[in-house]
Design a protein around this ligand. Sequence first.
Ligand code: ADP
Length: 761
Amino acid sequence: MKNPFPHSRFQSLPRHLVPGVVLGLCLLLSLAVTLLLQSNARARDQARFENVVQATSDRIHRRLDSYEALLRGTSGLFATQREVTPSEFSEYVGLLQVQVHYPGIQGVGFTRRLSPEDRPVLEAWARTQAGLLDFRVWPEDYTEQLHSIILLEPRDERNQAALGFNMYSEPTRREAMGRARDTGMPALSGKVTLKQEIDERKQAGFLLYVPVFKGGCLPPTVEGRREALVGFVYSPFRAEDLLNGIFGTEQHPRVAFQLYDGEQVAPERQLYSSHEPEALSDKPMLTTTTTLTVAGRPWTLTFATLPAFEQTASGGMVAPFAVLGVLVSLALFGLTLAQGRARGDAERSAQRLLVALTERARVEEQLREADRRKDDFLAMLAHELRNPLAPVLTAVQLMARKQQAGQDIERERDVVERQVHHMRRLVDDLLDVSRVTRGKIHLQRRPLELVGAVGRALEAARPFAESRQHTLRVELPQGPVWTEADPVRLEQVLSNLLHNAAKYSEPGGRITLTLSREAGEAVVRVADTGMGIPSEALPHLFDPFMQVARTLDRAQGGLGLGLTLVKQLVEMHGGRVEVVSEGVGRGSVFTVRLPLLSADRVPAQPVDARPEPEAPSRSRRVLVVDDNVDAAELLAEVLELDGHEVSIAHDGVTALERVGTFAPDVVFLDIGLPGMDGYEVARRLRERLGALTPKVVAVTGYGQAGDRQRSREAGFDAHLVKPAELDTVRALVTATDPAPRPRPGQPGDSRGSDTWFGENS
Ligand code: ADP
């Protein structure tokens, strides 16, 4: 049958590996996608971070550029005007609206270069012209150049604290001022603490200087610039105020940065930190350091991601995806596994179904065959049973004629006897096979000497063999051969084989029976020189109803049951039977093997000899009751020929009367009588006569164990199945006492041995 499940794309893969391969592929795919996502996420995070870094640097740079521009503009004011009064300056800065437009700047100022000798003049000018009554230049001990703070707007408290301070006295500021002067460019100072820091907590600070040269022109040489320098426009910055001014409240929540003066990252150089130290990550995901140069001074910026950045990092999505990938892989694995199992189950079921269908087809074929064989058998049975009737009828008619003519009827009588024997044999085989099949035959096994048994079977077969002009030979071993067997059944087996040998050999054949001992077994071989058996028939030869080359004329007769019975009986004895034939026309050999009896069980005397039937001695009175007039009269005739006195009755009532008048020693009583049946007759006889009841023998067509049991219970002494063997009938009569006598105990106890309820075949 075609496989109902077409191959999958994994067809070249063993099925049990598919789930593993699916799992492996899915995990690999998940890993690849995870890695790709991870690298994308990293790149995205990096870009995000760099954006923040760039934007921060740019904003710082732009803001300081704008302050630089502011100071450059302011420097123009001083370069073009010889003198700017404090009030003009204040007005100018006021117009700039520094606090509004330039947040984070501490102030805008101007310092004129003076020599130390000008100090008293300056102080006097400040006190009178600028209205700074307490003005003084400080520190007093610095005597090189004088760059005191006078003009510084707005005039708030912090800026007032710085008034008078000579910025040139302090090295960091001096360096920036010198650079601005020499380069003619704006210059940013290093980190300082402004004089404006009047609070406890001081911020880092720095200053931006823009040089002002005479006439507003930039001399080409350093000497020229030093010569032409008028002073500096400048702004002091408080770093925190400045950067908070730049970024305001929108401090970046995910990236922290620190600003350092110079190119070194060192705590003492730090100008600003965007976050408190405790808010920073111990191990930030991303960090970077960048430098920018503001007004000739390098600044270093360090950046680091904050926990908030790491939480929202795209990489965070990768782990759940990886877990999802593994889960999906496992789910697919489970699915494939379940599907594989389901498919395996389905295939197994289909296989079982296929086997069941094949088996069913086989059984159906067997049933059809059995049915056909049964039909054949019934046809054959009818034929076989009718077959002997023709010669019987002819013989009987001939007998009548010959008797009238006073001729001898010996031949016709022989014909009738032979045909009846043949019919009985057929019916017996049929019943026996059925009983063996239903387990109804019980062997009466006992130690049996086979030389004697073989001899008896040979004698039984001899008449038939001789009628077909066969030579019968026997080969026996030295000494007795013991086995354990039912003598009746064993003889049945052997006569069956001998009968077949004679039947299936052309007249004038040779039949050899050999008895031997072989390897712990007793072996009986029946060989013939007959028609042989074709090899294809040999395996089925022992099957019921098996007949080789059944011909229409059915010259050989038989129902095809003899060998079945042989096999069943031999096997019931623990033995086996085989057949060998060289082929058609070359004879056959049937071999029966039986277990040998162990030496310790061999009896001292042979026990298989049957008692010879006793010869009739005295005359008995016999009542024959049968509604079949022929059967009754024939039996009466036989018994009368033996010298007995016989009376006949054809129904139960007459039989009861006749017992009273005739006083028989033995009654042969048919059971199927019209009106009162045989059981009732027997029961009434017992009732009426009690211990004086004669021996009552049931004669019936029913021979099952149940029938025998029933007749025993009805008070019969013996049970014979029709057609009864005449020898058995005679033996029963002669074994009966001539006159009725009291019987002790139960009916049948004294004479009716159980064997009379056994099989009388
Ligand atoms: P029956 O003789 O009633 O047909 P059996 O069971 O005794 O049935 O035998 C079955 C068949 O085996 C016979 O019909 C016959 O074809 C074949 N057979 C049996 N014995 C012999 C033999 N000795 N030689 C050839 N054929 C035999």
